[in-house]
Design a protein around this ligand. Structure first.
Ligand code: MD3
Ligand code: FE
Length: 203
């Protein structure tokens, strides 16, 4: 794949098109196996409303939420184990994250045409000195990044299929979200939608 250099976005490093089309297709094949072993589910918010993004995970932990709150759990909500993180995903983490530890959770977010994710911080992990790495596949997603505190100015950028984003240092605690996707902008997936992988060290 042609190595692209990083673009700085509020302290995050964006690698546009880091994965070429064959690499994206290979990753999607790996993720089909993950979803077959650990089916997508819709986490509920604390208020009992299902989130529009469907999720599953690979690795030691998966992220889960229901009326009892947000947390990591060591098994799929259906009772089975989380599958292992695919080797090519681990290779991506080791190449780009700069982290001293391997990821313990590979969250898989599936966005249908109307799904979105509100502004939030990722703070359910124990060690904020460990970076987060995210991979976008399929249709474009409008990513919004804000500040460490609530409120203040935000910046938006379209994340496209094959883009990789690394959040380390002060950027690790920035508010962020996905306002919407643009259905039909990619031919990678058989139906309109977007997949995001978010890799994190949890403990
Ligand atoms: C900036 N996912 O799973 S990826 C999430 O596209 C999440 O599904 C979004 O936010 C998605 O928590 C955004 C980009 C991202 C991921 C984690 C971050 C940006 C981040 C953590 C800290 C700062
Ligand atoms: Fe997040």
């Amino acid at each position: 794949m042609p190595p692209s250099s990083a673009v700085a976005l509020r302290g995050m490093a964006l690698y546009p098109g880091w994965l070429d089309r064959p690499a994206q297709e290979a990753l999607v094949a790996d993720l089909r196996a993950v979803i077959a072993a650990a089916p997508l589910f819709a986490p509920h918010t604390r208020w009992g409303k299902p989130m529009s993004v469907r999720m599953t995970a690979a690795g030691r932990f998966g992220w889960y939420s229901d009326r009892r709150g947000y947390r990591y759990i060591d098994h799929h909500p259906g009772g089975g184990p989380w599958p292992p993180i695919p080797d090519r995903v681990l290779a991506l983490w080791r190449a780009l994250s700069g982290a001293s530890r391997d990821p313990e959770c590979c969250l898989l977010n599936w966005y249908g045409p109307d799904a979105r994710m509100g502004l939030h911080q990722d703070r359910d992990e124990a060690d904020f000195t460990q970076p987060v790495l995210s991979v976008s596949l399929g249709d474009d997603g409008l990513f919004r990044v804000g500040n460490q505190e609530r409120g203040g100015p935000t910046e938006s950028v379209w994340l496209r299929s094959g883009d990789v984003l690394v959040m380390g240092g002060a950027a690790r605690l920035l508010h962020h979200g996905i306002d919407r996707i643009a259905p039909g902008t990619s031919t990678l997936l058989p139906a309109p939608g977007r997949i995001n992988l978010t890799l994190r060290v949890v403990t």
